[in-house]
Design a protein around this ligand. Structure first.
Ligand SMILES: [Zn+2]
Length: 178
């Protein structure tokens, strides 16, 4: 699942954002505040974000405003604009188990990172292969072989396909942890 943390509400005009207007997502507001309608929050959450290919394999987006999950969207469609991505989908309503497990609760990824985007795996996503292929798995996280595929995909998406760069990054991160 993707977690998207919205900042303070901001008027951006009719699509007049940092990116060029794109018919896929035209909106007047970004961010979140309690007076925004469901439709405005949905549009504010949809884009345009700097996201890796990984995002397009996620089924749900949990939208966080002021430290609390405000909305969960089941993602149906993606578009790209200026190397940023936006999505469209269905706002889950009360009674949907994924929505009910998250909305009104604290940010599921309470990091201090300034990156509004994070990924997490909710228990309700168990039983489906983690790689995003959508196949069911009777136990564990992966269809056989898909763990390898996911690792290679990560190295392709985030490290330009270089295992050396991935290992360098890992060693730096491990050293920083002490
Ligand atoms: Zn898979």
């Amino acid at each position: 699942m993707i977690r998207i943390r919205l900042g303070k509400r901001k008027y951006v005009g009719d699509g007049g954002e940092t990116t060029r207007p794109h018919a896929f997502l035209v909106r007047q507001l970004t961010g979140w505040d309690p007076t925004m309608s469901e439709h405005d929050v949905y549009d504010a959450a949809r884009g345009w974000w700097k996201l890796s290919d990984r995002a397009e394999r996620e089924q749900y987006a949990a939208i966080v405003g002021d430290g609390v999950v405000r909305m969960v969207v089941e993602i149906d469609e993606w578009a790209t604009n200026d190397e940023r991505r936006g999505f469209a989908g269905t706002v889950l309503q009360p009674g949907h188990p994924v929505r009910d497990a998250l909305v009104g609760r604290d940010d599921p990824v309470p990091t201090t990172s300034r990156n509004p985007i994070a990924y997490f795996r909710h228990d309700l996503e168990a039983g489906i292969c983690r790689c995003g292929c959508g196949e069911r798995v009777p136990s564990g996280d992966w269809v056989q072989g898909h763990d390898q595929r996911a690792l290679h995909q990560l190295i392709n998406d985030e490290f330009g396909g270089s295992v050396s760069r991935f290992l360098d990054w890992y060693e730096d991160a491990a050293a920083a942890r002490g």
